[in-house]
Ligand binder design. Structure first.
Ligand code: SAM
Ligand code: DTB
Ligand code: SF4
Length: 316
């Protein structure tokens, strides 16, 4: 990342001004920035796997996996390494270049670290990029994962610092930042983004982007998730953000973080092809492929092949 981009500071007013641009002007700026730093018609493909599902002690108001809410999800323990490796092979065969392993934990237990490190090491040896999202990490755990060759660690800030306490009560925004700093110091790349459509205010979306863009350096990977409403959770009845507002969010993320992968993450199943196309026009250049995200559906290969062919986009 060039030094100027790594240390640039954005002001809230800069972001508000971008958000207020006429849509065509905003998309034109986002396209210009995107084409300076990335091939215009390539989208990176990641595949997710839930390696430990449900029964989570945290109370994130959007999540199907929290033990605090009755969502009907069946909890299971950490998968065997061989089963994880088989899924990684399948992901590679389906065209994924990165394999992301997610666990419904507040934090990993030290006794699970050797298995987790083996998974990271062996998935990487297949020629896939690796990512994990396991909750909070100690410095030592971050170092162990980095040592095993884990490329990315995902840990989202999810919303603005001001709104965070309304979504999660079992940890603070500062807890999230502390883990992100440990990940950064360990040498792994940072994957950090948020969710929109949780009933947040427009200023919270600005606050989310401000917090992400002012990390020094900004995250290399920025997932923008559209809330997948889960029945039984406090946010299960939230209304989706209009597609054009969602695309604005992507465009502003692209302008603020020119060299980061901006991922159109959760929510593609609920979006039209045209809404997704707007996001790619706005500078999104990464997606999750496959039939499933962690616990919810994703468009899957047949629909995605059709979409990306129609758009002339190459998945890489
Ligand atoms: N337990 C770990 C943690 O919270 O960091 C890792 C797994 S957690 C499911 C990873 C991320 O998925 C969350 O931070 C959130 O951004 C996203 N997520 C979870 N449920 C979602 C939903 N219903 N809709 C959209 N994004 C969601
Ligand atoms: C991220 O930002 N989105 C992914 C990944 N990081 C771990 C998770 C999306 C989860 C969507 C809801 C589910 O399938 O449970
Ligand atoms: Fe647990 Fe992560 Fe879901 Fe929060 S988002 S309840 S920490 S799995």
């Amino acid at each position: 990342m060039d030094g100027e981009i790594a240390t640039r500071r954005w002001r809230r007013e800069d972001i508000e001004a971008l958000m207020a641009l006429p849509f065509a002007d905003l998309v034109w700026r986002a396209q210009t920035v995107h084409r300076e730093h990335f091939p215009a018609n390539e989208v990176q493909a990641s595949r997710l796997l839930s390696i430990k599902t449900g029964g989570c002690p945290e109370d994130c108001g959007y999540c199907s996996q929290s033990a605090h809410f009755k969502t009907g999800l069946k909890a299971s323990k950490l998968m065997d390494k061989e089963a994880v490796l088989a899924e990684a092979r399948r992901a590679k065969a389906e065209g994924a270049s990165r394999f992301c392993m997610g666990a419904a934990w507040r934090a990993p237990k030290d006794r699970d670290m050797p298995d987790l490190c083996d998974m990271a090491r062996e998935v990487k040896a297949m020629g896939l990029e690796t990512c994990m999202t396991l909750g909070m990490l100690t410095e030592d755990q971050a170092e162990q994962l980095a040592e095993a060759g884990l490329d990315y660690y995902n840990h989202n800030i999810d919303t603005s610092p001001e709104h965070y306490g309304e979504v999660v009560s079992t940890r603070t925004f500062e807890d999230r930042i502390a883990t992100l700093e440990r990940v950064r110091r360990s040498g792994m790349k940072v994957c950090c983004g948020g969710i929109v459509g949780m009933g947040e205010r427009a200023e919270d979306r600005v606050g989310l982007l401000l917090a992400l863009a002012n990390m020094t350096p900004p995250p290399e990977s920025v997932p923008i998730n559209a809330l997948v409403p889960i029945e039984g959770t406090p946010l299960g009845n939230s209304a989706p953000l209009p597609a054009i507002e969602f695309a604005r969010m992507i465009a502003v993320a692209r302008i603020l973080m020119p060299t980061s992968y901006v991922r159109l993450s959760a929510g593609r199943e609920q979006m039209s092809e045209e809404a997704q196309a707007l996001c790619f026009l706005a500078g999104a250049n990464s997606v999750f492929i496959g039939e499933r995200l962690l616990t919810t559906d994703n468009p899957g290969e047949r629909r995605d092949v059709a979409l990306f062919e129609r758009l002339g986009v190459r998945l890489v």
